[in-house]
Design a protein around this ligand. Structure first.
Ligand code: DOR
Ligand code: ZN
Length: 424
């Protein structure tokens, strides 16, 4: 029994005080007096005054690094990190070693996750074999094995002809097609956002137009094919403008934004801070403002972490040699709560972008606190202060810009199918 929490359920628009009763792994009852009407044996009884209860978070973009790079992360550590961050489901990107471009890899991910009894894992298969951008994968096989979408993330599908066929093929099997939008011809050797700061630091620039060009092209292809097209980690105001225009014309496309692109800028790279080297790069104040507005008005549908673990070998080195990416599962909601405190995002919209929207886009379980559904639930203490330390982190890696930073707001409990998978 979860008593007297602030229940935020974007699926119904409810934001108020309520109890939630969980029975046999499901949400049995929701209402202001739901708990007091209960009798008999009660296994867990939580007084949650001042805490938030939300649908479990769903991440459409997680790198779990298994198979192949288990020294950075593996399914066990990645799912533990997910649970600690309030995520009850994560979608595992395909840029592993070997690449998830076959039924065998997809099936092994599902089997391993099942043995963990933690958050749900949904594999995303590759669009092209080996992420090489040349030959389409057997999407029928991938879907049959349990993949929920396809993506070459880390690489962009550069060939428009192949992208068109990929969208058509994926549509046949109702797979989400997630594009890492980056014109590689324009970003060869790029290390950070192209602008004054890259010039000052002597680093190679990644112009935002390299993202916009692919988004523009893909929106045309999505219109042509009717595919379930999704833009990964939108970073530029140009992409936002293109998405807003496409949606205003009724195109059913979607997009995600990361906590780091919402909260940080190119300024954070100063000092050659490799923790802030990420692809696409952190951009300008103006881009960040456009992303925040677009998230609030729904042009950007959801928040995804792009949790990208790298070891100290890949991060404690020269900026140009460092691998791009940062971990995000365990800090996402704590970092994002500052937008709510500063009235830049409503609490209900934040929760929607972390749970209801990604669940809907991925056609996944969760995202709602409706009676009868599996109890995938996150409990948050919006005031609790904690400091991000390597010791605290469940992830095997510690490549976060928020290392040694004090956070306000913490996940205190995560339930999957009514079972506690994390408790602070
Ligand atoms: O910074 C990034 N890291 N961006 C990506 O698209 C891939 C990711 C990774 O796999 O490390
Ligand atoms: Zn990517």
């Amino acid at each position: 029994m979860l008593r007297q929490a602030r229940v935020l359920d974007p699926a119904s628009g409810f934001d108020g005080l309520s109890d939630i009763v969980i029975e046999d792994g499901r949400i049995a009852r929701v209402g202001p007096d739901a708990a007091t009407q209960m009798e008999g044996h009660i296994e867990g009884d939580w007084d949650l005054q001042g805490k938030w209860v939300t649908p479990g978070f769903v991440d459409l973009h997680t790198h779990l690094r298994e198979p192949g790079h288990e020294y950075k992360e593996d399914i066990a550590s990645g799912l533990a990190a997910a649970a600690a961050g309030g995520f009850t489901a994560v979608c595992a990107m395909a840029n592993t070693l070997p690449v998830n471009d076959t039924r065998a890899v997809t099936e092994s991910l599902i089997a391993k996750a099942r043995a963990q009894e933690g958050p749900r894992l949904y594999p995303i298969g590759a669009i092209t074999k080996g992420l090489l951008g040349e030959q389409l994968t057997e999407m029928s096989d991938l879907k049959d094995a349990g993949a929920i979408g396809v993506s070459d993330d880390g690489r962009c599908v550069m060939n428009a002809g192949i992208m068109r066929r990929a969208m058509e093929y994926a549509s046949t099997f109702d797979l989400l097609v997630t594009q890492h939008a980056e014109d590689h011809h324009m970003t060869a050797g790029a290390e950070m956002h192209e602008g004054e700061i890259s010039t000052r630091l002597g680093l190679n620039g990644w112009p935002r137009v390299a993202e916009d060009i692919i988004v523009a092209r893909d929106l045309l292809l999505a219109e042509l094919t009717g595919a379930r097209y999704h833009v990964a980690h939108v970073s530029s105001m140009g992409s936002v403008r293109l998405l807003r225009e496409a949606k205003s014309r009724g195109l059913s496309v979607s997009a995600e934004v990361t906590p780091h692109h919402l909260l940080l800028t190119e300024q954070n790279v100063l000092g050659y801070n490799t923790a802030c080297k990420v692809n696409p790069p952190l951009r300008t104040e103006e881009d960040r403002e456009a992303l925040r507005e677009a998230l609030a008005d729904g042009t950007l549908d959801c928040i995804a972490t792009d949790h990208a673990p790298h070891s100290s070998v890949e991060k404690l080195c020269e900026f140009s040699a460092a691998s791009p990416g940062l971990i995000g599962l365990e800090t996402a909601v704590s970092a994002l709560l500052q937008l709510v405190r500063h009235n830049q995002l409503s609490a209900l919209r934040l929760v929607e972008a972390l749970s209801t929207a990604p669940a809907r886009l991925g056609k996944l379980a969760g995202g709602s606190l409706k009676e009868g559904l599996p109890a995938d639930i996150t409990v948050i203490d919006p005031e609790m202060r904690w400091t991000v330390t390597p010791n605290q982190l469940r992830s095997k890696s510690e490549n976060t810009p928020w290392l040694h930073t004090e956070m306000q707001g913490a996940v205190i409990m995560t339930l999957v199918n009514g079972k506690t998978v994390y408790q602070r």
